[in-house]
Design a protein around this ligand. Structure first.
Ligand code: HEC
Length: 432
């Protein structure tokens, strides 16, 4: 029952996170688009520009003031709660998923950190990230946007690398996303909102507003706009084990982040010039290159490459339990050594079945025995041979090519067992 309630709590918070996140990012896209598309030719007195648009069956006319309208409108709409609630629900999710059970989700199996240390590192990194970012923006670097962007990128990827040494792949990715998300909400809370309040106060008091603050707000809102796509990728990344499950997950994340920023840059510049038209096709080619370099060939031919950091030590089972074929190559050589298996080279299904029963079905069953789950996680069940065979490609991705499963290696699966399952899948996953 408790696991069931937790699942619905998770669902509800995740849903809030998604709804508010969509609203926030949608507003960011819209207002940056608006700013870029303003007609600035011969604006009316006091205006920076205006824009006509048609949407939802109606025609709109928007005007942007250079600084302040002559009088305050009765009803001025603000955009902040979507940002605040995205962050709050995100932190709630971090707590629910990662911090409530750090050894399962947050830490890499065999991590040098204890659970509480991992949680402290996670939470601490959010605040450190904001202060470092804010300090750099306000330093002399703030006047050199390209260099600032490059240094921020290196620092963020440095954080991803550091996390990948102690956190699970998903823990590492999600914390990079959380650092960037915290920087974004920090920009809203500490820079953009105060600038807007000062602007409104000046108008109300009939003073000339200081133009420096709104300019800073606009710049930070641009930063946020460039952050959106990398963060969005991180939020869906847990569907893609070839990214976060790789030993080079931090490098793959760096690649995807660059491509995401290129895509945003294309949309942010296409209205005034075609100078950056190349960024969109370049991002597409980049995706193809990433798909190629993360491909299974180099990784499965060298299992140690795919080994997650902090892998737990080998705990060899007796030779007999593994059919004498711990490594795929050894499995192919098995017939000569063990004539009894000559007709079916490679590990028998019985042994694979035993391993899955021992290491996976506590969670992946119609009725999980693990108290953590009330239903099979991700709907994946290994109760029958047919189910196991059907899921063979996913088993390969989660437990052989990477060591994402068992979660936190809580059931202490050994490398030999992974190799055994890999060899069985190479044989076409026979169940007889
Ligand atoms: C401690 C419980 C637990 C154990 C043990 C476990 N898993 Fe999982 N597994 C999960 C959870 C939780 C998810 C859902 C992950 C998520 O939230 O995306 C999952 C997801 C999966 C998925 C689906 C991933 C996808 O989206 O394609 C596969 C496949 C999988 N596990 C295979 C295995 C295999 C194989 C084993 C045994 C070697 C195993 N798991 C052991 C908890 C477990």
């Amino acid at each position: 029952m408790e696991a069931h309630l937790l699942e619905w709590l998770n669902l509800s918070v995740r849903w809030v996170h998604m709804i508010t996140g969509v609203a926030w990012i949608g507003a960011s896209f819209y207002f940056v688009w608006l700013e870029n598309n303003l007609n600035r030719v011969n604006p009316k007195n006091g205006l920076a520009g205006d824009l006509w648009a048609i949407h939802g069956g109606g025609i709109y006319h928007l005007e942007k003031y250079k600084l302040a309208p002559p009088t305050m409108p009765d009803n001025l709409h603000w955009f902040k709660w979507e940002a605040y609630f995205t962050w709050l629900s995100g932190v709630a999710l971090l707590c629910l998923v990662f911090y409530s059970n750090p050894t399962l989700y947050l830490l890499a199996p065999g991590s040098s950190l204890t659970g509480p240390e991992g949680v402290l590192l996670g939470i601490g990194s959010l605040f450190v990230g904001w202060f470092v970012y804010s300090f750099l923006c306000d330093s002399a670097l703030g006047k050199r946007p390209a260099l600032l962007g490059f240094i921020l990128f290196v620092l963020i990827i440095g954080a991803a690398y550091g996390f990948s040494k102690v956190f699970s792949g998903r823990g590492a990715y999600l914390h990079v996303g959380a650092i960037i998300g915290t920087i974004m909400v920090g920009n809203v809370f500490r820079i953009i909102m105060p600038a807007q309040r000062a602007l409104v106060a000046a108008i109300a008091e009939n003073r000339t507003p200081d133009p420096a603050l709104p300019a800073k707000g606009l710049l930070r809102s641009r930063h946020n706009n460039y952050f959106t796509l990398p963060v969005l990728f991180i939020m869906i990344s847990n569907h893609f084990p070839s990214t976060y499950g790789s030993q080079y997950n931090w490098l793959i994340l760096a690649g995807i982040a660059v491509l995401a920023v290129l895509v945003r840059h294309y949309f942010n510049t296409r209205h005034d010039s075609h100078k950056f038209a190349w960024t969109l096709p370049a991002a597409a080619v980049g995706m193809i290159c990433l798909a190629y370099v993360t491909g299974p060939a180099p990784m499965s031919s060298a299992p140690e490459v795919a080994k997650a950091p902090g892998t737990i030590e080998y705990q060899p089972l007796p030779e007999t339990a593994l059919g004498g074929g711990a490594k795929p190559e050894a499995a192919k050589a098995a017939p000569a050594a063990e004539p009894a298996q000559a007709s079916t080279p490679g590990p028998s299904f019985d042994k694979v079945h035993d391993v899955i029963q021992e290491r996976c079905t506590v969670c992946h069953s119609a009725k999980p025995t693990s108290p953590l789950f009330s239903a099979a996680p991700a709907g994946v069940m290994f109760d029958t041979p047919e189910q196991i065979k059907l899921q063979a490609p996913r088993i390969q991705a989660q437990a052989v090519a990477s060591q994402i499963m068992p979660l936190g290696n809580i059931t202490q699966m050994t490398q030999q067992e992974r190799d055994l399952i890999g060899a069985w899948i190479v044989q076409g996953a026979p169940t007889n």
